[in-house]
Design a protein around this ligand. Structure first.
Ligand code: PTJ
Length: 263
């Protein structure tokens, strides 16, 4: 079924195009039906944040780039939504940082794992972990399908990037001593609060920026990168993200909201 064309001058064109990419991903068998709902929640927070990368998100992106570059064994965990929205950028990020790519699904099915791995390969990935028998290891004390991981990937990783994650797994990965970098538009989610570095931004903006920063910072020495990480404060980033929403709503709530379509 073809999607209705989005007029080029539609005021919400960008957001509608992202939605179409996700729906297309659903039709290709990449995205879980629940993923469509999760995206709606993300859209709502994005709306509140002003649909742009905020200064605290920029700081988190720089720290995330540093963490991936200093890691011994970094892994990018990919779910359905991420694969549908930013496949090329995920492959690019893996190239720039040397991170492995692993499929890890909350609603795991063999078909979807394979469809996502194929899709990532179509976008240039040379190896995709976590598919079929490769997901033979388990994360302790985690009961969702997300517990199944690759013994060559997330199990032995020191740093894991988890776009659109669930709180349980973030906590389980932290309990295993890993550095967790989350991308989550909801600054109040358990994932956002349990991660070491939380990028409160849309994956469609955050991942390309992460690639750009990692490329720029690649030449910096390990000492400099570690110093940047020591100076990073995730609690301040979450508080500031919330404050941006608060201030924006305060400003809007005292401005004229009524629109007169007659001009
Ligand atoms: O592909 P699967 O099987 O692994 O399933 C993926 C979903 C997303 C369905 C699964 O992980 C899930 O149920 O996630 P949650 O618990 O709904 O959490 C998703 C979080 O991502 C929410 O806090 C949303 O606000 C946030 N989010 C949604 N879309 C975006 C986003 N954050 C950044 N960018 C987005 N585009």
């Amino acid at each position: 079924m073809m999607a209705a064309p989005i007029p080029p001058n539609h005021p919400r064109r960008e957001s509608l195009l992202v939605r179409e990419r996700l729906v297309e991903g659903f039709r290709r068998g990449l995205v879980a039906v629940e993923g469509l709902i999760a995206h709606g929640r993300g859209e709502c927070f994005d709306y509140l944040l002003g649909e742009e990368t905020t200064p605290p998100a920029r700081r988190a992106i720089r720290a995330a780039a540093a963490a991936l570059l200093v890691a011994e064994k970094p892994v990018i965990s990919v779910n359905g939504n991420t694969a549908a929205l930013v496949p090329r950028e995920i492959v690019e990020l893996s190239r720039v940082t040397g991170a492995a790519i692993e499929v890890n699904l909350f609603y795991r099915t063999r078909e979807r794992e394979e469809a996502i791995a194929r899709w990532l390969r179509m976008h240039g990935a040379s190896e995709v972990l976590g598919v079929g028998e490769d997901a033979s290891a388990t994360i302790p004390e985690l009961f969702s399908e997300r517990r199944r991981v690759s013994p060559r990937g997330i199990l032995v990783a020191d740093t894991v990037l988890v776009p659109l994650e669930d709180g349980d797994r973030t906590e389980a990965l932290r309990a295993m001593g890993k550095t967790v970098i989350a991308i989550d538009l909801n600054p109040l989610s358990r994932t956002a609060r349990a991660a070491n570095i939380t990028i409160v931004d849309n994956v469609v903006r955050a991942v390309p920026l992460l690639v750009e920063e990692a490329r720029r910072m690649r030449g910096l020495g390990k000492r400099r990168l570690e110093e940047m990480l020591r100076g990073y404060d995730n609690n301040a980033v979450l508080q500031e993200s919330l404050r941006i929403i608060l201030e924006r709503l305060r400003r809007l709530s005292s401005s004229r909201l009524v629109i007169d379509p007659r001009g």
